[in-house]
Design a protein around this ligand. Structure first.
Ligand SMILES: Cc1cc2nc3c(=O)[nH]c(=O)nc-3n(C[C@H](O)[C@H](O)[C@H](O)COP(=O)(O)OP(=O)(O)OC[C@H]3O[C@@H](n4cnc5c(N)ncnc54)[C@H](O)[C@@H]3O)c2cc1C
Length: 423
């Protein structure tokens, strides 16, 4: 097999890699050879399944606070390089008009993720970048004159490499964490903990929530450290399932629970079932309830019936118990269940069901204006391989678009500059 020579090699053609390829192609001169390779048989699987097949491309307001992982300042710097309005304009120019939904999420007006993938692939080709797959890269070594990149039936030298191999979520899409190992072998450190993010949580077998599969309610979910310290808090719908809990609030909070536990903290998840009600005011309304009001009638309409019955049972009260007649300890236990209900989380659903990965290459090891490694000259990194994970709502793609654009554009521009300097 002959070794081919490319100027910029992009490894991974997911959201970050495709955006990197487009901006590399646009920044490069006609003689610069840019190749993007991906190990998957089918390109863009994650884009196609995203947002339930509609692809939540970004969010109308993206702030560093919407992300976990590396420092907020570092994340801000990269996000600023590709603001949401520019991403919207990019897609519009490629024929994909985005619409904003009530939640602030932006989707293509077609409601079809395929439109987004088609536009990206078309833009890659217009930018003069070759896309080849399945080409799975197994090793990247820094040689005297650039990188030696090898995989099954593939060997190339490259002046610059942009590593966009993603994290470990949805491994069947091709993102199985192999890129993290490649980065480690090149000299990067990977965060101590790498774990699923945006992942459903498994509750103990006996937890009655598991009997309520399909029931959803808006709640506040709080993650607290073993010492009671508040770690994170989100308000959004929670979905009860046959294994435990899911829904946006659980996905958003999951990475904080798992990160704390990975660090050895006995963190817990606590639900407030009445997110817009003040506990003290609710207690007053119990004390002042009409004589005939029962526990069930007091809460009717505020929570789905089956969920309400389960919560009353957990508090040790009967639905027909008169509110005014409740003993003080029963009233307290009902208030605790409604406002401070700890979930017995025994695990998570793993990478197969996770939408993102927490952990990766720390941004402290990357120059943020070029996404070039501080440790390996000529290596750029972008997307989920970095220690950055966003909450539900288009934030992970926004990170991929922004970091991909910076990395791809910089890789090609630096290469062009080096040619001109040499000539
Ligand atoms: C079910 C699901 C739904 C989601 N929905 C949304 C959503 O609606 N909005 C949102 O913002 N985010 C969503 N996300 C998250 C989002 O998809 C990811 O954060 C984003 O795709 C990451 O982009 P990436 O390019 O860094 O990595 P990936 O998309 O994972 O792409 C990495 C690519 O690298 C390739 N690769 C890996 N290793 C190698 C190797 N050794 N050699 C060659 N190629 C390799 C893989 O095949 C893959 O194509 C969702 C994720 C999942 C799993």
């Amino acid at each position: 097999m002959s070794r081919e020579s490319v100027d910029v090699l992009i490894v991974g053609a997911g959201a970050a890699g495709l955006m990197a390829a487009i901006h590399a192609g646009r920044a490069a001169g006609p003689d610069t050879r840019i190749l993007v390779v991906d190990g998957a048989r089918k390109i863009g699987v994650k884009i196609l399944v995203a947002g339930g097949g509609r692809c939540n491309v970004t969010h109308h307001e993206v702030r560093p606070e919407d992300y976990g992982g590396s420092s907020r300042n570092a994340i801000r710097k990269v996000l600023r390089a590709y603001p949401v309005d520019e991403v919207v304009a990019f897609f519009a120019a490629e024929g994909v008009v985005l619409k904003r939904e009530e939640t602030g999420k932006l989707f293509p007006t077609t409601d079809k993720a395929q439109t987004v993938l088609d536009a990206l692939l078309n833009a890659v080709s217009k930018a003069g970048v070759e896309l080849r797959h399945p080409v799975r890269i197994e090793s990247i070594e820094r040689g005297e004159d650039g990188f030696i990149v090898s995989g099954l039936e593939f060997e190339a030298t490259a002046q610059r490499v942009v590593l966009c191999t993603g994290g470990k979520a949805l491994p069947k899409s091709g993102s199985d964490g192999a890129g993290l190992e490649i980065a480690r072998r090149l000299g990067h450190s990977i965060t101590d903990a790498v774990h699923p993010a945006l992942v459903p949580l498994v509750l103990a077998d006996v937890d009655p929530i598991r009997e309520l599969g399909g029931i959803a309610a808006p709640v506040t979910l709080m993650i607290r450290g073993g010492n009671g310290r508040a770690i994170a808090e989100y308000t959004a719908p929670l979905l009860c399932t046959h294994f435990g809990v899911s829904g946006p609030v659980v996905l958003d909070a999951s990475r904080y629970l798992l990160a704390a536990r990975a660090a050895g903290d006995d963190a817990i998840a606590v639900v407030r079932w009445l997110p817009d009600v003040d506990r003290d005011e609710f207690e007053q309304s119990m004390l002042g309830a009409p004589g005939g009001a029962t526990c069930q009638s007091l809460l009717k309409g505020r929570l789905p019936d089956r969920l309400l019955r389960m919560l009353l049972h957990a508090a040790g009260v009967e639905p027909a118990d008169r509110v005014r007649g409740l003993a003080r300890d029963r009233r307290r236990s009902l208030l605790d269940v409604l406002f401070e209900h700890p979930l017995v989380v025994v695990g998570d659903r793993g990478y197969t069901f996770a939408e993102a990965t927490a952990g990766g290459v720390p941004l402290s090891e990357i120059k943020l204006d070029s996404m070039e490694s501080r440790l390996v000259a000529g290596l750029h990194l972008a997307g989920e391989i970095c220690d950055v994970d966003g909450r539900v709502g288009g934030f992970n793609f926004q990170w991929a678009w922004a970091s991909g654009r910076v990395a791809g554009g910089a890789a090609a521009s630096i290469h062009e500059a080096s040619i001109h300097a040499a000539s």
